[in-house]
Design a protein around this ligand. Structure first.
Ligand code: ZN
Length: 316
């Protein structure tokens, strides 16, 4: 069996297919089948077998695969059959360590470092990175929280709620039940952004609500300086750009949407770099709107940021 360091480098080299490639290199056979009450099984014989619950969301299945591979690489759990009911809530040391290694296989540290994440981290970035790594947003949040220090953050923690009740914080940073409650209700009322809660020591707790039907309600918490707290997250900045560009002119919103649709269908055949798409779009549409102000606003930094964001769904 491979050692942990080699397993991690296989995962890093093959991101985002780390666990799948690792299974291949270890000669582990795995498949999916509907299971009742278990996320997966691992039979650690000389030719190991891993079974994943086909009823789970695909991102959860990948986590289970990574988790079972982590057991194999770590030389655990002997000859027992592993049934992992809930990978995230386990209290057992071995399970926690297997989860940590699983998360590293799915989201290598070097990949996270390369993202050069900066506070405040909002939903937009979390969603984008989770999609890139093919993991769920909660899995990504736990990973970021777990290597916050390596990524240059002072404090990041994930609060998990059962209804209104705080169930857990990871890593534990002594968020009181009262503060947790305030972050939850504040984050709930801040639909497309980050809730900011000043703390008594002058720092600010930023709360982003993440609701995942397959999981629990969680709040991603970043504790930052008052100065950092004034910066917009990527979502908040884009929201500003959008409002600046459209200035509540419904007809312009519609016209712009129509142009994007027509641009996309005209250019569906060939892929082009994002900046090229931005340039082409401006050439083809920017001068054709009735109100010249629309073009002026689109060609500002904020207008272009919104255009780039919209086009980035199709062009990279
Ligand atoms: Zn396990």
């Amino acid at each position: 069996m491979m050692d942990v360091g080699s397993a991690l480098s296989v995962a890093e080299q093959h991101f985002p297919l780390g666990p799948e490639k690792l299974a291949e290199q270890l000669g582990v056979r795995w498949w999916r089948t509907p299971l009742d009450g278990a996320a997966g099984w691992c039979i650690p014989t000389s030719s190991p077998v891993i079974v994943l619950n086909a009823n789970d969301p695909s991102t959860r299945q990948r986590f289970t695969l990574a988790h079972e591979l982590a057991h194999l690489v770590r030389g655990t759990p002997g000859l027992e059959l592993t049934r992992d009911r809930d990978l995230f809530t386990s209290d057992a040391q071995e399970e926690r360590e297997a989860n940590e290694l699983a998360a590293s296989l799915l989201m290598p540290l070097r990949w996270l470092e390369a993202q050069a994440l900066q506070a405040p981290i909002g939903k937009l970035v979390l969603n984008k990175l989770a999609a890139e790594a093919n993991v769920s947003v909660p899995t990504l949040m736990y990973r970021i929280a777990n290597c916050a220090a390596e990524l240059g953050f002072s404090t990041i923690t994930v609060l998990r709620f059962d209804g209104e009740h705080l169930k857990s914080q990871f890593p534990p940073v002594n968020v009181s039940d009262e503060l947790a409650g305030r972050l939850l209700s504040g984050a709930k009322s801040t639909s497309n952004g980050i809730f900011r809660q000043p703390l008594t020591d002058g720092s600010v707790a930023l709360g982003t609500l993440i609701e995942n039907p397959a999981f629990y309600t969680t709040v991603f918490v970043q504790i930052v300086s008052a100065q950092v707290a004034t910066l917009p997250s990527a979502d908040e900045y884009l929201d500003r750009c959008k409002r600046y560009l459209f200035q509540d002119e419904t007809r312009f919103v519609q016209k712009f949407g129509g142009c994007l649709g027509s641009f996309k269908s005209k250019n569906a055949e060939h892929s082009m770099p994002l900046e090229h798409a931005v340039h082409q779009f401006l050439e083809q549409y920017a001068g054709k709107w009735h109100d010249p102000e629309h073009e002026v606003r689109l060609r500002t930094e904020m207008g272009l940021a919104w255009l780039r964001y919209r086009l980035s769904k199709w062009y990279h």
